[in-house]
Design a protein around this ligand. Sequence first.
Ligand code: PTJ
Length: 254
Amino acid sequence: MPLIPKSHPRAKSLLIREKLVDGFDHGLVAKEGLLAQGRGEAFDYLLGEKTSKASSQAIKAAAAQLLLAERPVISVNGNIAALCPKQIIKLSKQIKAKLEINLFYTNEKRKQAIIRVLKKNGANEILGTKKTSSKKLSGIDSARRIVDKDGIYAADVVVVPLEDGDRTMALRKAGKTVITFDLNPLSRTSQTANITIVDNVTRAIDLLITESKKLSKNDEKNLLKIIEKFDNKKNLSENILQIKNNLTRRAKIA
Ligand code: PTJ
């Protein structure tokens, strides 16, 4: 019998959790990554575990921004490698972005495990793996400051999914446009990114791939219009209101 029966009322959420645990057992995920998942799950619960209207707009803006980018890079950490390796590679091919491994809890063995998983899922070039091409990002003290000179260091648009504290600000100060996936609309990363997709990356990544494909037929002028219309602060407050409304509804039922 499967450990998580399909009939379980929380099967979807439990299966995502299993991917993380499996990723941990295979050396991809940091211990702390399991805690990060727990925090994400709590916010997902409060958001209603579905892609909000506001998040769909953020996904559209992110797709437009990535299609306009000249040197886009997707930053890969342990959680992403465990949750959606196939999709992250599909997205990188769709928008012609480079992939760079960048870990907060840096560890060579884990990096090698992530490389293996990315390669197994079809990745060609993986940056962030050679000491000889590393550069330091200023304004940040964690291991995340070490970036690839041909990747994040040179990028104009960087996707940083499930990110901790301070790198987004450092990237913005370095003149880069930052897109993140973060279920917590209150986090520092959410608040400092140019475009925050407040959704579970496991749901939103497929939507971003589809949207990028759809928008790839648009010209530059139309893509720019989509970005100009997007307001990250407003979008974040719509997601916060979504949480508030969900809680109010539940409080009334109780
Ligand atoms: O692999 P490493 O060493 O680079 O470490 C990666 C983690 C995620 C452990 C590291 O970046 C970290 O500690 O992150 P934080 O500070 O816990 O922040 C992660 C953010 O992602 C939190 O705001 C969570 O709510 C959010 N989050 C967690 N799971 C998901 C998520 N957002 C979208 N989808 C998820 N599945």
